[in-house]
Ligand binder design. Structure first.
Ligand code: UT7
Length: 319
């Protein structure tokens, strides 16, 4: 079995920006509280009628352009999302149609904020095995639509966006390994419990979170799965050129980087401008750092995520 490699990235953020000051005028919160607890200053929010597949389309087109890949080449589309356009068909199938891709497989992955890490890991296995030649992997979310905008404990934290990568076979790494985990016994600490049944919403359609429980678990498991990836491949934190973590909370990101011995200037952070965009956060951060020239060929990258499920995982790769 060979390897797979990311050969192009793209991302998209909706036009509308909601700042902490905007939220101050709507709910009992403050810029000072949000920044000191999370590092978040602003988030993007999709326009009415703008769907996850629209965000995914814009990010995918940019990734395809960067990779020099057209619709005729793509034979695998995986979309990581918690906010699909509809119950079915999958957002990946809707995206396939919007892109004009006619061949191959298309499906969604649901692992909430770890979704992109799960999707990239699946694509890696399918491409490195030689079964597929050109994968489009997308993380896309309109998380703003899962929020109760009167609940200050949750609505200040999240935003909308999309990021995408093109993955092709490679004789050299590429992706060294991925390490995925889940523990469903923690399902209650972060969830949207509602669902559609018999034409009605059953249960709470808004996000509920035990913030402190999620925080503690996140710091522990991100350290574990990053260490696992390093040890598996014989590297240490000192070898990592860039940590590209899930962007939920600057305090979680910094704690994880410190535990791995990765200096802050080697950590890609977008949380201040984007908030937590769930499955979109890692590919959004990746695309930003690729396009501004921080990430360079030959560098070692650690990507990691944690989210509802609870799920978590890491991907270690050579750029
Ligand atoms: O992808 C994974 C998704 N989720 C996460 O990663 C979230 C992980 N958890 C966290 O990031 C943090 O737990 C939060 C940022 C959510 C909360 O920070 P915290 O330091 O754990 O605060 P807390 O929940 O203990 O709340 C402290 C106080 C409370 O007031 P009292 O009870 O002490 O009077 C809250 O009611 O802060 C209050 N509070 C707020 N105040 C102003 C909660 N939200 C707000 C707010 N503005 N937006």
């Amino acid at each position: 079995m060979g390897y797979s490699k990311i050969i192009g990235t793209g991302s998209y953020l909706p036009e509308k920006i909601v700042t902490n000051r905007d939220l101050e005028s709507r709910i009992e919160t403050s810029d000072e509280w949000i920044v000191s607890r999370t590092g978040i200053e602003a988030r993007h929010v999709a326009a009415d009628g703008e769907l996850t597949s629209d965000l995914a389309l814009a990010a995918a087109q940019r990734a395809m352009q960067a990779a020099g890949v057209g619709p005729a080449e793509i034979d695998l589309i995986i979309v990581a999302t918690t906010t699909p356009d509809m119950v079915f068909p999958s957002t990946a199938c809707l995206l396939q149609a919007k892109l004009g891709v006619k061949q191959g497989a298309a499906f969604d992955v649901q692992a909430v904020c770890t979704g992109f890490i799960y999707a990239l890991s699946i694509a890696d296995k399918m491409v490195a095995s030689g079964s597929y030649r050109c994968a489009l992997v997308v993380g896309a979310e309109v998380f703003s639509r899962l929020l109760d905008w009167n609940d200050r404990r949750t609505c200040v934290l999240f935003g909308d966006g999309a990021g995408a990568v093109i993955v092709k076979p490679s004789e050299e790494p590429g992706i060294y390994s991925s390490h995925l985990h889940a523990d469903g016994s923690y399902s209650h600490i972060l969830r949207v419990g509602g669902g559609i049944a018999e034409g009605r919403i059953r249960g709470n359609p808004y996000l509920e979170m035990d913030g402190q429980a999620v925080f503690k678990l996140a710091v522990r498991v991100l350290d574990e799965c990053s260490r696992e990836a390093l040890e598996h491949n014989g590297f240490t934190g000192a070898d990592v050129d860039w940590l590209v973590p899930h962007q939920a909370n600057l305090r979680i990101i910094n704690a994880t980087a410190d535990k791995m011995g990765i200096p802050r200037e080697r950590v890609v952070t977008t949380v201040a401008r984007h908030g937590n965009t769930s499955a979109a956060s890692v590919p959004l951060a990746l695309d930003g750092a690729v396009r501004d020239g921080r990430i360079q060929p030959g560098q070692l990258l650690m990507m990691e995520g944690v989210g509802g499920g609870m799920t978590w995982g890491s991907v270690l790769l050579r750029w």
